[in-house]
Design a binder for this molecule. Structure first.
Ligand SMILES: Nc1ncnc2c1ncn2[C@@H]1O[C@H](COP(=O)(O)OP(=O)(O)OP(=O)(O)O)[C@@H](O)[C@H]1O
Ligand SMILES: [Mg+2]
Length: 252
């Protein structure tokens, strides 16, 4: 930990305290970062879990935003480096669009799926083949690590001139307390969170069945050591055990 960040939220009675999980954009190491603060009522190290998961995502060959964990007084904050801003003076690099907007849906909709996002890339993507492969990897990673909060606003596209590209991955965190189903569809059995279901619409991701199975097998091998990786990234044993409920039993 290299620096401290203090955030206080003013309560109705005039006292100041950390009463919610505020987010802020901060300048750090010459870049802009989204700071996501630990809540007082967190029952495990969610900041550490997000940082460790994002690092595991990168180690699995997925293009994920860079993260850091810092101290906030007695608590923690996870910083996620913004991918839509240049270095100082931080002009926007590209146009940003959420997956929800790309599919023309609203937040109350329960439709939308990874194959739908892949179809958006096919129609409007600047590099639709490599980005559809990347989207497939992210979908399988989310299923295997139990990130059930993979709703359409947790996917984004950037337009930097020649068409839309997938943004870097963000907000990838195992969710041990959420229902065991993905937020959006992954295959012919909807949001049922298995790699088997992920393998039912591989043609939408421009993959042959063999190529898709290879990706699943490679991710599973790389993710198998997640417990040791998380501990090496500073996550405590109790948090690791809590998160284990979310990870796929296929990794055991
Ligand atoms: N690295 C990044 N660069 C640019 N924008 C980002 C980045 N990370 C997140 N965002 C934007 O900030 C929003 C909130 O971030 P994030 O999804 O991490 O927070 P959250 O509170 O965990 O979200 P959720 O509502 O999914 O629980 C995202 O939906 C996205 O629009
Ligand atoms: Mg989010």
């Amino acid at each position: 930990m290299t620096s401290d960040v203090y955030v206080h939220v003013r309560r109705e009675d005039g006292a100041t305290d950390l009463v919610t999980r505020p987010k802020a954009v901060i300048e750090y190491e010459g870049a802009l970062w989204i700071a996501k603060f630990q809540r007082r009522d967190d029952t495990y190290d969610q900041c550490g879990a997000e940082h460790a998961t994002m690092r595991l995502t990168s180690r699995c060959g997925i293009d994920a935003a860079e993260t850091r964990v810092l101290a906030v007084g007695p608590r923690k904050v996870v910083l996620v480096k913004r991918f839509d801003r240049d270095a100082a003076p931080y002009h926007p690099t590209c146009h940003y669009m959420s997956g929800l907007t790309a599919l023309g849906l609203d937040e109350t909709s329960d439709s939308g799926s990874y194959p739908d996002l892949a179809m958006f890339l096919l129609r409007h993507g600047a590099r639709h083949v490599s980005d559809r492969h990347e989207l497939f990897r992210r979908m399988v990673f989310n299923v295997l690590c139990g990130n059930r909060d993979d709703h359409l606003k947790n996917h984004a596209f950037l337009r930097c001139g020649d068409g839309w590209r997938l943004s870097q991955a963000f907000d990838v965190v195992p969710q041990p307390d959420m229902d065991p189903q993905q937020a959006i569809g992954v295959g012919r059995s909807g949001s049922y969170p298995t790699t088997g279901n992920c393998l039912t619409r591989v043609e939408d991701f421009d993959l042959s069945p063999d190529e898709a199975r290879d990706i699943v097998a490679t991710l599973a091998i790389r993710m198998r050591s997640w417990r040791a990786d998380f501990v090496a990234d500073g996550v405590d044993d109790a948090t690791v055990e809590r998160l284990a409920r979310a990870f796929s039993k296929d990794l055991d």
